[in-house]
Ligand binder design. Structure first.
Ligand SMILES: [Zn+2]
Length: 136
């Protein structure tokens, strides 16, 4: 059974994984984490979990040239604003570093967390981003 590799990932009984997000039922504001009160309208008890979609836009990024042994560099650490209104961090893969642009469309892709497994051999699930293609 797959295990969420991040606290903002949910995995259902069939192994399907998605990013957890929260939306205020009073004003519609989205949040990355559950909060006691809505950050915008301050209503209490109105934050409801939903399944974030996979499309978004690149907000900003860093090209990482140094990392732990065994981690291939360079890679792109990206901040992405999903169309559902939450902003999350992950690696952006498959894009020429010279072609990175703010607001470029990206897609969230669930992956195998680099092949990581727990002590019982259960795989972790994580995510990264790719450039969104026009037909995606
Ligand atoms: Zn609200």
């Amino acid at each position: 059974m797959a295990i969420p590799g991040r606290s903002n990932i949910a995995v259902d009984d069939s192994g399907d994984a998605w990013v957890r997000a929260f939306r205020c039922s009073a004003c519609g504001t989205a949040a990355e984490v559950p909060t006691i009160a809505c950050r915008k309208c301050h209503a209490r008890g109105t934050m409801e979990e939903f399944r974030a979609g996979d499309s978004g836009k690149l907000v900003t990024w860093s090209i990482v040239h140094r990392s732990f042994p065994g981690i291939e560099v360079p890679f792109v650490s990206a901040i992405v604003r999903l169309d559902d209104g939450i902003t999350i961090k992950g690696n952006l893969k498959g894009v020429d570093h010279d072609n990175l642009k703010a607001d470029m469309p990206v897609r969230l892709v669930m992956d195998d967390a680099g092949g990581a497994k727990d002590k019982d051999g259960n795989p972790y699930v994580a995510y990264h981003f790719t450039a969104a293609t026009a037909d995606a």
